[in-house]
Structure formats: structure tokens, C-alpha cells
Design a protein around this ligand. Structure first.
Ligand SMILES: N[C@@H](CCC(=O)N[C@@H](CS)C(=O)NCC(=O)O)C(=O)O
Length: 325
């Protein structure tokens, strides 16, 4: 039997589908990921940059149970703050609220009301009336003045490392010692651009050139790190520093999320002789495994970055926590 139903010729269907999808993709990507004229992803700067310090004129004095961290378990930037909180033994000093992504709204929400707020954008507005920018995790929040102290993970981990020692269970662990600062900063600079933000520059690239540039830079740095780790246990020698913490949260997500979803697929971490052992080493440090939630990571990335995964299917992946435990 011949099907007499009229239908669009396939080539026209494909052309139309491609045009509609590409146009929508570009609109959505421009919201998700600001870009420059070459299609390179440009991460917006964090706006709240105060510190906690015992200096008398400082508004935010160190105290126990005064500050709260708002985090998302999928977020690598927020994850850094959880790792430092665990390494320093600040669990009883700094409280935690875990926010979850509300898929269709593109914002972080709370399971239980926080400071009278149901969502992170509401909390930002409470902290700074009229605030209309991005509401990102992590946030270091002051429960006393009801303001945001800082929303930049790179700053928050420095604060947690140094300013709460009088209350910390492990005050002697110094992740940013004076004598290694220059070396740590040097790694941080390189690793931020090419690895931490580098994976986003791959995944959020909006041109072939931008993607290839980011991808090559990413793997050049990973190769260099692998070589360094053939000679020393951690990036700056035999003890863990903030440079390792910052690298760890990206490595933990790499094989299950960035490799596939962000097209970082030249190599996996498990293909690297030294990086793979290093990831395992860091994961096994006391308290770290408890900060890691692979299911939340997969759900957050594959379930919420709609333009990168329109079908919303969460892939089955090896359970890397079994491999690195
Ligand atoms: N510079 C920030 C970046 C934080 C960030 O991008 N967080 C993402 C989650 S992984 C977020 O909350 N995005 C929400 C948004 O951009 O609206 C930091 O390192 O603290």
C-alpha cells in the first residue's frame, strides 16, 4: 500500500529542523554562557569579595556558627569549599545548606526555607537589596548581618584555610603556607584557565576554533601535571595545598561528565598513569569522600544543562568512586 499522506520532503524537514534547533541553541547558549566574538566562553566575575578576619576594623570577624556556606553538590566550585571545610575540620563551625538546581527555572532552590528565602536569587536579594545578577554557589553567608561575605570559591577556600584556626579541629593543616604561595599561585593561574574553567571553555564553546583551542590547552596542562606527578606526590611537593584542592574537584568530575558532555575527550583521567593515582590519593584523604556525590554531579550536569543535552538522558557511567576508593 502506498502511503498517500502528504509529508514534507525529508531534506526540507532536516533543513528546517537544523535551522530551528541551531537558532534556539545559540539563543540558549548566549544566556547560559556569555561569549566573545570568537565564540569563546567568558566566565562572569564574582561580585562579593569581602573577607573574614580578626583585624579589628573588619566587618566580618571569625566566630563559630556565625557563617553558613550555600553549596550545590554538583558544582565543582562549591565542592572546593566543602573539601577545605573537611580538611580543616570546620564541620561544627561553618554550617552548610545544600541547594538543588530547579531545572526549568535555571536557579538554585532550597529544600527548606533559609532566612525566609526559598531560592538562592532571593537570598542574594536579601543580602543586597536590588541585586539582579547571577546567583551562584558557593556563597559564604553571614547569619549575623544577613549579608553575603563572599561568593568566589577561590577566596572562600583561602578564608577557610586561615581565618578559623582557633575553632578548627585541624588548625595545623595549612593548605596555603607562606613558603609555597608563589608556587601555588602559579599552578592556580594555569589550572584555572586551562582546566577548572578550561573544561567549561570546551563545553560552552560556541565555535569549532574556540572549542579546539580550549581542548588543546586543557590536555597540554593535564600532560604537564601528569609529568609533575611522576616526580612528586602533590603539585607543590609532599603535602596537599589549595592548588590540589582546586584541581581535585575538576578531576573528580572529569571521566563521568566533562569527557562526554563537555567534549573533553582526548583522554580520560584513568588513562593518565600519575593523575589517576593522584585522584585516588586525594579522594582517600580523611573526610573527602563524604564531600563527593557522583549521582548529584551527573544529575546536575546532564539533567540541567539543557542546550548541551536536550534529551535530558543521564548516561550510565562507571562508578568512579568504586575505582578510586
Ligand atoms: N566564580 C565562581 C563560579 C561559581 C559558579 O559558576 N557556580 C555555578 C554552579 S557550578 C552556578 O551557581 N551557576 C548559576 C548561574 O550562573 O546562574 C566561584 O568559583 O565561586
Amino acid at each position: 500500500m502506498v502511503n498517500k499522506r502528504k509529508s514534507l520532503p525529508p531534506s526540507l524537514t532536516i533543513k528546517l529542523g537544523k535551522w530551528v534547533w541551531t537558532t534556539l541553541w545559540q539563543i540558549m547558549m548566549s544566556r547560559l554562557a556569555p561569549r566573545n566574538n570568537s565564540g569563546e566562553y567568558i566566565r562572569p566575575a564574582s561580585l562579593f569579595r569581602e573577607t573574614v578576619s580578626i583585624q579589628t576594623e573588619n566587618k566580618y570577624q571569625p566566630a563559630t556558627k556565625r557563617y553558613r556556606l550555600f553549596v550545590g553538590l554538583g558544582c565543582p566550585w562549591a565542592h572546593r569549599t566543602l573539601v577545605v571545610r573537611a580538611l580543616k575540620g570546620l564541620e561544627d563551625v561553618i554550617s552548610i545548606t545544600i541547594a538543588s538546581p530547579a531545572g526549568d527555572k535555571g536557579i538554585w532552590v532550597f529544600e527548606n526555607e533559609q532566612e525566609g528565602c526559598q531560592t538562592l536569587p532571593e537570598l542574594y536579594k536579601l543580602g543586597q537589596p536590588g541585586y539582579n545578577g547571577r546567583a551562584t554557589v558557593p556563597v559564604l553567608w553571614d547569619e549575623q548581618t544577613k549579608t553575603i561575605v563572599n561568593n568566589e570559591s577561590a577566596d572562600i577556600i583561602v578564608i577557610l584555610n586561615a581565618e578559623f584556626n582557633q575553632f578548627a579541629k585541624n588548625p595545623d593543616i595549612d593548605l596555603y603556607p607562606e613558603e609555597l604561595k608563589a608556587k601555588i599561585d602559579e599552578w592556580n593561574e594555569k589550572i584555572y584557565h586551562t582546566v577548572n574553567n578550561g573544561v567549561y571553555r570546551c563545553g560552552f564553546a560556541q565555535s569549532q576554533e574556540a572549542y579546539e583551542k580550549a581542548c588543546r590547552e586543557l590536555f597540554t596542562t593535564l600532560d604537564e601535571i601528569d609529568n609533575t606527578l611522576s616526580k612528586s606526590r602533590y603539585l607543590c611537593g609532599e603535602s596537599v595545598t589549595l592548588a590540589d584542592v582546586r584541581l581535585f574537584t575538576t578531576l573528580f568530575r572529569f571521566d563521568v561528565v566533562y569527557y562526554g558532555l563537555f567534549k573533553c575527550n582526548l583522554r580520560r583521567i584513568k588513562d593518565y598513569k600519575y593523575l589517576s593515582v593522584y585522584l585516588q590519593d586525594l579522594y582517600q584523604l580523611p573526610g573527602i569522600a563524604d564531600t563527593c556525590n557522583l549521582e548529584a554531579v551527573k544529575q546536575d550536569y546532564y539533567g540541567n544543562l539543557f542546550p548541551l543535552n536536550p534529551g535530558g538522558i543521564i548516561p550510565l557511567t562507571p562508578d568512579i568512586t568504586e575505582v578510586i576508593s
